[in-house]
Design a protein around this ligand. Structure first.
Ligand SMILES: NC(=O)c1ccc[n+]([C@@H]2O[C@H](COP(=O)([O-])OP(=O)(O)OC[C@H]3O[C@@H](n4cnc5c(N)ncnc54)[C@H](OP(=O)(O)O)[C@@H]3O)[C@@H](O)[C@H]2O)c1
Length: 317
């Protein structure tokens, strides 16, 4: 039977941070969690867009909606946001690593990383690492990282992760989305290793999962076209429009990963129809490169080094 937002269990008492909650899938994820009673923190780079999202969500929310300034393209902002979460709440039940940018011309983050690798992967890697102490305080906490069908075309180019020697904006997007799923799986592996060493909390350990939306009508495509000026792509999106589903449908796999009791640790969920382009959440295949422990561990190590290079390691109290 199709899993829909009405299957989300009661979220009262749970605290969720959704990155990129100002539009698209993040906004719909925040809406569904808040309407099921969660306290939802909208992690956004624009205070004005975050406030507009809060006003839109309030009428159907059954829990508070808070705002958090968070620019994933600036690791200082990421660390400030994690410190703010620690100070304000001291705990976290759900982290939805959702924010993303797609296929812009080559641009850099504040610390000089290629924008897509920096925002989609490194920013979330740093955020999750800094928030783990807060997640550890909550039994059954979950981290959901949003990837894309682009992972299947991706390659982790360890010789040129930042596209310095050659930049192809679609290859860079696919690499960042492959990094998202590889990170989610590697995090689960590391959490499993911890669980062998210790005692589980009341309701178990932190789970790490990944999800992709298929094709969903959001700001991702128009923003990508506006940044690149690729008029051919604008035409392609218009022709493909019937294939695209609503943002609310696209958000279901990440909501399933975040809340369904039957979601598996290290699970990867996406739509069940049209080769994963649309439909209801189901377990979907993972790109082979993300299943390779060598690639995942290397990505983790490089990511740790890149984050450490730019900022001293700081942990939440
Ligand atoms: N839509 C699809 O068909 C599709 C397909 C596959 C995967 N995805 C993935 O789904 C996720 C959500 O995308 P969407 O489709 O919902 O697109 P969207 O409507 O463009 O939303 C993207 C969100 O990310 C935020 N964001 C971008 N850069 C950021 C930064 N530096 N710091 C903080 N937030 C930032 C945006 O904030 P602003 O409002 O400030 O721009 C916005 O809230 C992405 O990870 C994307 O790769 C989407």
């Amino acid at each position: 039977m199709a899993w829909t937002a009405s299957d989300i269990p009661d979220q009262s008492g749970r605290l969720a941070l959704v990155t990129g909650a100002s539009s698209g899938l993040g906004l719909e994820t925040a809406r569904a969690l808040a309407s099921h009673g969660a306290t939802v923190v909208l992690g956004c780079r624009s205070r004005a867009r975050a406030e507009a999202a809060r006003q839109e969500l309030l009428p159907t929310a059954h829990g508070p909606i808070d705002l958090l300034d968070l620019d994933l393209a600036d690791l200082e902002s990421v660390h400030r946001a994690a410190a703010e979460m620690a100070e304000r709440y001291g705990r976290l039940d759900l982290l939805i690593n959702n924010a993303g940018v797609m296929a812009p011309p080559r641009r850099l983050t504040r610390q000089g990383f290629e924008l897509q690798f920096g925002t989609n992967h490194l920013g979330h890697f740093a955020l999750t690492s800094a928030l783990l102490p807060l997640l550890r305080r909550r039994p059954g906490a979950r981290v959901v990282t949003v990837t894309s069908g682009a992972q299947y075309f991706g390659r982790l180019d360890f010789d040129d992760l930042q596209g310095e020697r050659g930049y192809d904006r679609w290859k860079a997007y696919a690499q960042s989305k492959l990094a998202n799923v590889a990170f989610a799986l590697e995090l689960q592996q590391r959490l499993n290793a911890e669980s062998v060493a210790g005692e589980p909390g009341e309701s178990g350990w932190i789970l790490s999962l990944a999800a992709h939306p298929g094709l969903a009508r959001t700001n991702l495509q128009p923003d990508s076209v506006a940044a690149s000026g690729a008029r051919f792509e604008a035409l392609a999106y218009r022709l493909m429009d019937p294939l695209f589903q609503s943002a609310a449908m696209g958000a279901l796999p990440q909501l399933f990963a975040a809340t369904a009791p039957e979601a598996e640790p290290g699970g990867h969920y996406g739509p069940n129809q049209w080769g994963g382009m649309r439909g209801w959440p189901t377990a979907v295949r993972i790109a082979p490169a993300a299943l390779d422990p060598g690639q995942r561990q290397r990505l983790w190590q490089v990511s740790e080094e890149l984050v450490a290079q730019t900022l001293p390691t700081r942990h939440c109290p």
